[in-house]
Ligand binder design. Structure first.
Ligand code: ATP
Ligand code: MG
Length: 423
């Protein structure tokens, strides 16, 4: 036998048994963004490598070690997108969507990062994200957080996620803080691990983000960015907190929250869960007023977030919230006897005109037992049976597969109305 080829490590198939839950999640996301008036943007999966180097930052996990980069046949360096913000800004600049305008955008699709695969962390994964351009005030920061809170409500997981919030100030404030932080870290240089020692001068804020518990303990007395903020940054943050309080969204201010990408300023946030173990961040984002300019556009304020769909799917599964996911089929239509097969496919085709009704036709013949086995496996609630007697009397038999209810005979010409009322 020929050797089978396997999928790439960390890149998952979403199988027919799993796709209904994905579709349900995607439907909730689409419904929610629509309720806030956001428009979809779809960008290519492959972009110039430079786009990500310039936006995400050279000294970040993503650019240092996670990107899928290759030279194409022309020798150009291309990268499978590791996130969606850089591409959205690139497209916005390229098509003149950003300058002097407001845009409320969303996207959804696969992202690629060469990380060590584990539960909740994959090499191809899916993100849903929103990006808003042209609004500098904190009310829009509050809006995207309200939208994320609404998502949790609709998915039934509000009880299982908490919001962590911080502000990174503006670049000048951060530069002051950076110097203070480096001075602090220098006292403990020997105790820092290799990663942190390297980052201490190139990107010291990332040291705050370390997962190493011993270094986390050292950082307890580190200076806090909050103390280096100017009047405007402080006002922006306190206005955001005030708005969140007003709409009843609870949050925890976490001064260690710095995020893994370079482009953020002022507001940063993460929604985290205890339900998934180590991979607890389900949605993350913040304000990035400098990025549009950094990528060659005119300065434009911006705020957004990205959510990891695999982690949400895992949460829904872990919490057992998969019950109201619709099955693939509502009705299964069977012909009992070859003479009835034409009538059966006609009936099925007619019923499919009922909006939203999902009807599977039995194909391939076979005896009653085999057909009922297939009907059961299809997940259908009801089987429509057409035998010679029914055909002669212009009727069909309706058999209930999932409830204690007697089989019924229904006149052929009343069937569509009968089914529409039943479903
Ligand atoms: P982490 O700290 O978990 O590595 P991150 O800071 O790299 O996350 P972002 O770049 O902010 O993550 O991406 C936003 C969200 O996308 C994350 O909160 C997470 O839900 C999801 N995500 C990121 N990387 C992966 C991955 N490799 N596999 C699955 N989901 C991911
Ligand atoms: Mg990461």
């Amino acid at each position: 036998m020929a050797k089978q080829i396997q999928a790439i490590r960390g890149m998952n198939d979403i199988l027919p048994t799993q796709s209904p839950l994905w579709q349900k999640l995607e439907a909730v996301l689409r419904e929610t963004v629509a309720a806030y008036g956001y428009s979809e943007i779809r960008t290519p999966i492959v972009e110039s490598t430079d786009l990500f180097k310039r936006s995400i930052g050279e000294v970040t996990d993503i650019v240092e070690k996670e990107m899928y980069t290759f030279a194409d046949r022309n020798g150009d360096y291309l990268t499978l997108r590791p996130e969606g913000t850089a591409s959205t800004v690139r497209a916005g600049n390229e098509h003149g969507l950003l300058y002097n305008q407001e845009q409320r955008l969303w996207y959804m699709g696969p992202m690629f990062r060469h990380e060590r695969p584990q539960k909740g962390r994959y090499r191809q994964f899916h993100q849903f994200g929103v990006e808003v351009y042209g609004i500098a005030s904190a009310d829009i920061d509050a809006e995207v957080l309200m939208m994320s809170a609404r998502l949790w409500e609709k998915l039934g997981i509000s009880e299982h996620v908490t919001l962590e919030l911080n502000t990174l100030g503006d670049p000048a404030e951060r530069a002051l803080y950076r110097d203070a932080l480096i001075a602090f870290l220098e006292q403990y240089k020997e105790q820092l691990d290799e990663d942190c020692q390297r980052r201490m001068y190139t990107n010291p804020l990332r040291v705050l983000d370390t997962k190493n518990p011993e270094i986390q303990a050292l950082l307890a007395d580190a200076p806090e960015l909050m103390d280096y903020l100017g009047e405007e940054s402080r006002a922006h943050f306190s206005h955001l907190c005030e708005l969140l309080d007003a709409v009843g969204i609870q949050y925890k201010i976490n001064p260690r929250l710095v995020r893994g990408l370079d482009y953020y300023n002022r507001t940063v946030f993460e929604w985290v869960t205890q339900s998934l173990g180590a991979q607890g961040t389900v949605l993350a984002g913040g304000r990035y007023d400098g990025l549009v300019g950094q990528l060659g556009g005119k300065d434009t304020p911006a705020v957004g977030f990205a959510m990891g769909l695999e982690r949400i799917v895992l949460m829904l599964e872990t919490l057992g919230l998969t019950e109201d996911v619709p099955g693939a089929v509502d009705l299964y239509v069977s012909a009992m006897g070859d003479s009835c097969r034409i009538e059966a496919i006609k009936v099925a085709q007619e019923l499919r005109a009922i909006a939203g009704l999902k009807v599977m036709s039995h194909c391939g013949g076979g005896n009653f037992k085999k057909q009922m086995k297939r009907a059961d496996k299809s997940g259908a609630r009801i089987a429509i049976l057409i035998g010679e007697n029914e055909l002669a009397n212009q009727q069909v038999a309706v058999k209930f597969l999932r409830e204690e209810k007697e089989q019924e005979l229904v006149a052929r010409d009343a069937l569509a109305t009968y089914i529409a009322e039943l479903i």
